[in-house]
Design a protein around this ligand. Structure first.
Ligand code: G
Ligand code: G
Ligand code: MN
Ligand code: NA
Length: 252
């Protein structure tokens, strides 16, 4: 069977798909602010399949609508249940594909996930990439506003990699900017990436947006981000994506 067909089976099977959580920390203190939900697929014969392999296929076939709804339900339920006692407030960020956002039922699926889980809307962040917004700014902007009206927060993911300019941030209903990890990887005193991150931090401050630096892997990168006034960070240095700790089995 094709990967696309197998994914449909996986969605029905219920035990192949999982969600891992990666902490987002506050700078400079390092307290956990919340978690990003990242889908994982353990295929029964292929083994682990990376999202970079199956998300694009799910987008082509439309299965991403069901996949996304599943992740949203899982993540909101986990967050409402306190993320199995993980440190920090139970805020959760969920990635949303362009295909999902364009789907007519998307806003309702978010409303349903919030209602069914009981998670307060303010604790849910939806991450959308800037490239998807660039295609049709007005339509995307209207859809994001509908979501924001629910009380959900909106993050622009992979910021800096697409066509969009800093001025987009003024025009979009957005709460959080996530600086793409390629810029964090290039952070070196005086380099072009440093200038970009500094500009994003500055603009975000003036627009009262939160800034998350992604892909922080070294103490040097972290120190530079703190110096630049970046408010949040995420990356392997601070915590890898991981499954929630399993409930402690009862003693027999
Ligand atoms: O977790 P990892 O670094 O392998 O993720 C690779 C890519 O897959 C990232 O761009 C991430 O945003 C995306 N991704 C992870 N989980 C989801 C999900 O639940 N939905 C969507 N649409 N993309 C996801
Ligand atoms: O596109 P998005 O930002 O959602 O992608 C998140 C992806 O980045 C996840 O697949 C996650 O596993 C990965 N990731 C998280 N932290 C780091 C990091 O410090 N370094 C690298 N290389 N990848 C990371
Ligand atoms: Mn993301
Ligand atoms: Na990102």
């Amino acid at each position: 069977a094709s990967l696309a067909e197998d994914l449909t089976v996986a969605l029905a099977a219920g035990d192949q798909l999982h969600v891992h959580y990666q902490p987002v920390v506050t700078l400079p203190g390092g307290d956990v602010h919340g978690y990003e939900a990242l889908v994982r697929w353990q295929h029964p014969t292929r083994g682990p399949v990376a999202p970079l392999q199956f998300v694009p296929i799910a987008e082509q076939t439309g299965t991403v609508v069901a996949l996304g709804a599943w992740v949203l339900r899982r993540a909101t339920r986990d967050a409402a249940a306190g993320l199995a006692g993980q440190p920090g407030p139970s805020r959760v960020a969920v990635n949303v594909s362009a295909v999902q956002l364009a789907d007519a039922g998307f806003v309702q699926s978010v409303r349903d996930a919030l209602a069914d889980s009981g998670l307060p809307a303010r604790r849910l962040v939806l991450e959308v990439t800037e490239s998807l917004l660039a295609d049709d700014l007005d339509t995307a902007s209207a859809r994001l506003q509908e979501l924001r009206d629910l009380g959900v927060r909106i993050a622009i993911d992979d910021f800096g990699t697409g066509y969009s300019s800093l001025s987009y941030l003024r025009r979009l209903p957005v709460d959080v900017v996530k600086v793409d990890r390629s810029f964090v990887a290039d952070l070196a005193r005086g380099g072009a990436a440093t200038t970009l991150v500094a500009s994003v931090v500055e603009l975000a401050r003036s627009l009262a947006l939160d800034v998350v630096a992604e892909g922080v892997e070294t103490p040097e990168q972290l120190a530079t981000l703190v110096e630049l006034g970046c408010t949040y960070a995420q990356g392997y240095l601070l915590g890898r994506p991981a499954p929630l700790p399993a409930a402690t089995p009862a003693r027999s």
